[in-house]
Design a binder for this molecule. Structure first.
Ligand SMILES: [Zn+2]
Length: 255
């Protein structure tokens, strides 16, 4: 890996999606989950970056609606999970768990993270993890296709990665997720500074993302279903981690 950390920018799309743009080499860039054409094309044209690849985490339309038009317009190659090839825009490169993709001088690792959808993948480039709708800041994706067991297993794999600094989810859900965390663990005093910071970012119209793996390990309830202190606080002592995870996911659905 090069010594310099790749630069990543958010491009806001729709109500609360971010399309992440990463500069991979001088003048080259890749993007993740473009759910729209115009706002992304506009940024690329103004920045004069050469779009080499479009990476898709999963088949939902708010992550894919801009893919084909952007690929045609900029001559970019489209990358997605082979498992979901029939549900994704046409792929130039169909990948699977454990694959390594060269993106210019950078190496991108693919990890399958079933749960939100069965074919969801995340991408790791150096210290950066692009988590789509698997891991959010203070939250995780809803279980539309997979089971609680699958999602808990996926999140445990992400949690176990070493060297992850920045985490880039595809949605600005932090404020709503924070409200849920405050309800779950109202007595935690170490949430105060995070709460202040999140509100300040939102009030100023700034993204709360990327988050960091360190922050998520500390505060994200979906990464702590096997943390005895957390489990005790929510009154689930004696249950399996999967049962705790499923319970918290259900509570969040109704929050
Ligand atoms: Zn989704």
């Amino acid at each position: 890996m090069p010594a310099t950390t790749p630069v990543v920018y958010p491009i806001p799309v729709g109500a609360d999606n971010y399309v992440w743009l990463m500069e991979t080499a001088a003048g080259d860039a890749v993007i993740f989950d473009p759910g729209d054409f115009a706002p992304v094309a506009d940024v690329l044209q103004r920045s004069r970056l050469n779009l080499t690849h479009i990476l898709i985490t999963h088949h939902h339309h708010d992550h894919t609606d801009g893919v084909t038009a952007l690929a045609r317009h900029f001559g970019a190659r489209v990358i997605g999970h082979a498992r979901d090839a029939g549900r994704l825009p046409p792929l130039d490169l169909a990948v699977g768990d454990g694959d390594a993709i060269p993106l210019g001088p950078l190496n991108c690792e693919v990890m399958a993270t079933p749960g939100h959808t069965l074919g969801h993948v995340v991408y790791r480039i150096g210290d950066a993890l692009f988590t789509g709708d698997t891991l959010f800041s203070l939250g995780c994706g809803r279980l539309f296709e997979g089971t609680a067991e699958m999602m808990w297993d996926s999140l445990r794999r992400l949690r176990a990665l070493s060297g992850i600094g920045r985490v880039f989810p595809a949605h600005e859900y932090t404020l709503a997720n924070l409200g849920f965390v405050l309800k779950l663990e109202p007595e935690r005093e170490d949430l105060a500074s995070l709460k202040w910071w999140v509100h300040e970012q939102i009030d100023q119209g700034k993204p709360t993302l990327p988050t960091t793996m360190e922050r998520e390990l500390q505060f994200n309830p979906f990464l702590r279903a096997d943390d005895p202190d957390f489990v005790q606080r929510i009154g689930m002592t004696g249950n399996t981690a999967v049962a705790v995870f499923a319970h918290v996911r259900t509570m969040r659905n109704h929050h």
